[in-house]
Each structure stands twice: as C-alpha cells, then as structure tokens.
Design a protein around this ligand. Structure first.
Ligand SMILES: Cc1cc2nc3c(=O)[nH]c(=O)nc-3n(C[C@H](O)[C@H](O)[C@H](O)COP(=O)(O)OP(=O)(O)OC[C@H]3O[C@@H](n4cnc5c(N)ncnc54)[C@H](O)[C@@H]3O)c2cc1C
Length: 571
C-alpha cells in the first residue's frame, strides 16, 4: 500500500476518484450517417474549416514524432498552424517506427489479383475478429491509396519490379499481394519521408521541435486538453506548454511484457498519464504476438528482435516430428520433420494469420519439439527457396534480414535454418477515440499505435504503418481544424492554476520516486512484471492465470513504492 499521506499517495487516490467518475462516460463514436463508402467524404464536407489567415492564431501540441506524429505535425504546420512537436528521442528519426521492416498495405491492386478497397476493408475487419469499428476501417482502406501516392511523391524508395513498377508482396492472413515495401526497412524509409516533410515545416517556422522532452502529464482546463507538462531530459527542468489542442502520437505499450520487439525507450507514459486524467482506454487486452522473432538466448536479454514476416513468403517452417534432446542445438534437415501450421489451408498456405502461426509454434514447443538451446524455437528454412530461386534472388529479397540474424545469432541462415519464436510486438489497444480520433477528453486527439486502432483485434501485418500515416497525413489534418473551428477556445497560458497544480503534482511524483531509497532496481520490477504478463496474459490465457496476475501485480506495485532503488545509487 502507498503510505497514507505522501503527496504521491494523494495524487494516485485523487486520480482513482477522477477515473471512477469518468467510468460512467457515454461513448459517442460520431460515425457519419449514410452508406459506408460515402461516410468519410460526407464527414469532410460537413466539417468546418479555418480561414488560412486565422490558422496562425492557433497552436497545436503534437507529442510524438514517429510516423503518426511527424505526419500530423508536418501537415498541420503546412496548413499554417503553430505546431509544437515533442519527442523524448534526440531526433524524430529515432522514433520506433524506424524499426518496421515488412511493409505497408494499400488496395492499389497493381497485381490485378482481385484486390479492392472493399477486400482490404473485409480482410481487416475479419482479421480484427469483427470487433473493429467498420466506418474507420473503410476509411483506412480508402486512404491507403493516397498514402502510397504521398510517399512516392516524397521519394520513398519502395521496391520496384524490373520494369520500374512498384512491387508488392504478401503478408499473413491475406490472399492478395498488397504490401508495399522497401527491402526490410520500410518503416525507416517511410519515417525519412515524414521527417523531411517535418523538417521543411521547421525551416518554414510553422513547426517547433522539442527533442529530448518527455511528456509527464496532460493539463485539462475547463474539461478540455489545453497543454502538457514535460521534463527536459538533458537538464531535468520541468516545463509547462499551453495550446488549443493536444495530439498524442506516442506509440504502443508492448514493453509491458519486458521482452518485446519494441525499443527499450518505447514506454506508455503519455497515454497512461492521459488515462489517469480521464481519457478512457479501449481494447487493452489485444496485443499482437508476432510469429517470426529471434528466440531468447539468455536470461539477461532485455529485448527481442523481429525477423520480418515477409520471410514466410519463401521460408518453410518446421520442427522435428519427435521430441528433441535439449543438448541438440541444430537438427539435421534429414530429420523426420513436420510443417507446423496445423490450421493451414490451401487458401493461406504458409501465410496463416499471425495469431494462428504464433499459437502453432508455441504448441509444438510446449510438446517438447522446439529447437535451439532453450527449446523455444521452430525452424524457418530457406533450403527449398534457395534451390528453387537461387541464392542471389533470396539474397536480393531478404539480404538485410539474413544479416541481422547473422549478427545476433552468429549463424548463417543461407546454410542452416533460422530459428524463430513468437514475441509481443504491437498493441492494438490504446486510448479510445471517436471517428474524429478524439479521446474522451475534448481537445485531446490520439493517432497511430497510441490509439485503440481502427483495426481492433487485428491479426494481420502491414496495417500499423498504414494506420499511422492515414491518421497523420489524412485524418487529423481535417478533424483537428474542425475542432478548432467549432469550439469556443478561451485564451489560456501556463500561468493558469491548472498548469501550476499539474506541475506541482509532477514534481511531487518525481520527488517520491527518487526518495524511496529501496533495494530493487527499476529494471528488476519491469522484468518481473513482464514475466507475469507473458505467463498469464500473453499468448495463452486462462481464468486461473488471469486471476493469478491480478493478485500478483498489486503486490508488485506495493513493493515498487517501498523498495525502488534510485538508479543513480549504485550498490
Ligand atoms: C520491430 C517492429 C517491426 C514492425 N514492422 C511493421 C511492418 O512491417 N508493418 C507495419 O504496418 N507495422 C509494423 N510495426 C508496427 C509499426 O512500426 C508501429 O505500430 C508504428 O510505427 C508506430 O508508429 P507511431 O508513430 O504510432 O509510434 P512510434 O513510431 O513508436 O513513435 C512514438 C513517438 O512518440 C514519442 N514519445 C513517446 N512517448 C513520449 C513521451 N512520454 N514524451 C515525449 N515523446 C514521447 C517518441 O519519441 C516517438 O517520437 C512494427 C513494429 C515493430 C516493433
């Protein structure tokens, strides 16, 4: 338990009260009326516009400079608003979007293989277990066409066929080729495109970048989001920033599992603080477990590395038919083997959806047929592909992925099969937003992985980049101005009492954290929490497991508040 009268205890209790009060909020999704194909056009027509000469009178805070944040900040800046963009990274180019390898979906039907906006919509709704908000998904499928045009115009070097046309590949759970890619670095190339658009606006003076600035709280004035409290990560200074609108594009929370494919820096402080201020969460239980990651090699590992799912286009996934002796690290290809996708069908072959692929891998490893030092792995074997296509073709398609694998495992996947195992990768849950991407706090918009995702329980790949860029380039630049045009926004600056009290709360919380003077490192708490989450709320979940986690997590939190060691004090 928190001590009764510490400032932090009071803050947490007050937040709990606020939170309970908000639980009775009636959610209004603001889906436009009419046929689904026309809803976005109708909505855009109905939305209010701000006169170009008036735009410079309004300021917008965008927190996050990944694909969603950089795209939104650049586009709103280009429209003429004063944008302040915050990132805790030392440059927008370090946002975690840079890690995306495989590709981005768009219903261009360049392959003439039966794709259409409706098929992308249907696949995404089905892949989302029929839980997604259909109006949003339809809009996403429509906008997917514009995203590719936008990125090509920016010079994003998508892979091209010999004749110069944009190439496509397939991803799990899908029967057409609609994934645009730039080798195994799609996120990096898309982010460089968004970054150059952002820098153009920085040079034009419409966007001010605040790097190495971490959001620690959201400030609400008269029920509307009007600013943020940040900490300068170099000087430690706590600062307040006021604006007419706040946009959060701060990424996902897979790191709650400790071992995930997300960078260590990816945390969910921003959406969590917004949640404590009353923004509701949606679908927090939906996390995507990616089937093709490099297996854990040591207990001291702090993250896992993804190998793009595109490898499943050509790699064969297999395990030995019989249980494996743990001492054997590499099993001969002559071993009696079985392909593991038990639910594979002629329609999907090796490209079953991610959840099916991940569960199948876990099941065979649980049966004792897993390969590698810890028995937590299945083979992804390119022997047949190399034989069929030739080494050079395989190298051309996947060379950088093979290199990543070689550097991490010291194994050459051209000669021995890769080992893969599922890992937490992407969070579909996040802050609930309406059709306009506004949270339950008026004036607080949320884009990209930080929101609860148009695609709900999506089991498909290449959707997150699509959604981040759709939100940033094409949705928020309409809905944020509509909010500004239709809302009476009183002048507010950082001398307002709400800013003063939010800043004081942040300072109290930091003081409490550094004053606990305990014995356990922050990382050891994180690691234990991650293990509880993975064992009980990961790929396999049961009533008993969830109850166990629900009992253990509060105990761990209590211990955290009593036994946290200040990182600066080495023992
Ligand atoms: C290894 C990997 C591979 C992937 N491959 C694909 C793929 O092939 N196709 C696909 O569609 N999706 C893929 N994804 C998912 C996709 O990359 C992400 O969902 C997407 O890039 C998230 O973009 P974002 O802009 O929402 O957030 P991010 O790129 O995570 O950016 C978050 C931004 O917010 C800032 N920030 C966060 N918190 C704070 C704070 N408190 N204060 C200040 N700033 C803050 C960060 O500095 C950063 O600028 C992959 C994900 C991973 C991990």
């Amino acid at each position: 338990m928190l001590e009764a009268n510490t400032p932090s205890a009071q803050i947490e209790r007050q937040s709990d009260k606020d939170f309970e009060a908000k639980e009775s909020t009636v959610l209004e999704a603001r889906i436009p009326s009419g046929p689904i194909e026309q809803q976005w056009d109708k909505c855009r027509f109905d939305m209010k516009l701000v006169n170009p000469a008036n735009r410079r009178k309004h300021s917008i805070i965008v927190v996050g400079a990944g694909l969603a944040g950089a795209a939104a900040a650049a586009t709103l800046g280009q429209q003429g608003y004063h944008v302040h963009c915050f990132s805790y990274h030392d440059t927008p180019r370090r946002a975690h979007s840079i890690a995306a390898q495989g590709g981005i979906n768009a219903a261009k039907n360049y392959r003439n293989d039966g794709d259409s906006i409706f098929r992308l919509f249907k696949d995404t709704v089905k892949g989302g277990d029929y839980r997604a908000r259909e109006a949003n998904v339809y809009r996403l499928a429509q906008i997917s066409l514009n995203i590719i045009d936008q990125c090509v115009a920016q010079g994003v070097p998508f892979a091209r066929e010999y004749g110069g046309l944009l190439d496509n590949r397939s991803f799990g759970g899908v029967q057409v080729s609609r994934t645009f890619y730039a080798r195994g670095q799609t996120g990096q190339q898309l982010l460089l495109g968004a970054y150059q658009a952002l820098e153009e606006q920085v040079a034009a003076g419409t966007v001010t970048m605040h790097i190495r600035s971490e959001l620690l709280d959201v400030v609400i004035v008269n029920g509307r989001a009007r600013g943020i409290v940040t900490r300068d990560l170099v000087t430690g200074d706590i600062e307040c920033h006021a604006a007419d609108v706040v946009v959060l594009a701060t990424g996902g929370y897979s790191n709650v599992f400790y071992l995930s494919t997300n960078a260590k820096a990816s945390n969910c402080t921003a959406i969590w603080r917004a949640h404590r201020r009353g923004a509701l969460f949606g679908n927090p239980c939906f996390t995507q477990i990616h089937p093709t990651c490099i297996p854990l090699s040591s207990e001291h590992q702090s993250k896992l590395t993804l190998m793009s799912e595109s490898l499943r286009n050509d790699g064969r996934v297999w395990v030995p038919k019989k249980r494996v002796k743990r001492a054997l690290q590499t099993i001969s290809r002559k071993t009696s083997a079985t392909t593991i996708w038990r639910t594979a069908t002629r329609s999907f072959g090796n490209l079953v959806p991610r959840d099916v692929a991940s569960r199948n891998a876990k099941e065979v490893c649980d049966e004792g047929r897993g390969v590698g030092p810890h028995g937590q792995g299945v083979y992804l074997d390119f022997a047949d592909a190399i034989h069929r296509l030739g080494l050079e073709t395989v190298r051309e398609k996947y060379g950088n992925l093979f290199e990543i694998y070689q550097r991490i495992t010291d194994e050459d996947a051209y000669t021995v099969p890769m080992r893969i195992y599922p890992a937490p990768h992407y969070t579909m849950g996040g802050l609930w937003v309406d059709y306009h991407l506004m949270s339950t706090i008026p004036g607080l918009f949320v884009g990209g992985e930080a929101n609860f995702s148009d695609h709900g329980a999506n089991r498909l790949g290449a959707s997150a980049l699509m959604q981040g860029l759709a939100d940033g380039y094409f949705v928020l630049p309409y809905t944020v101005p509509d909010y500004i045009a239709s809302t009476k926004l009183d002048p507010v600056d950082v001398s307002h009492p709400e800013f003063t009290s939010a800043e004081a709360e942040v300072k109290d919380r930091i003081k409490k954290l550094v004053g606990i003077n305990g014995k356990r490192s922050p990382d050891s708490f994180h690691k234990e929490l991650g293990k509880i989450m993975w064992d009980n709320c990961g790929m396999a979940r049961s009533d008993a497991g969830l109850r166990k986690a629900l009992a253990r997590i509060p105990e761990l939190r209590d211990e955290f508040w009593h036994n946290l060691r200040d990182r600066r004090r080495r023992r």
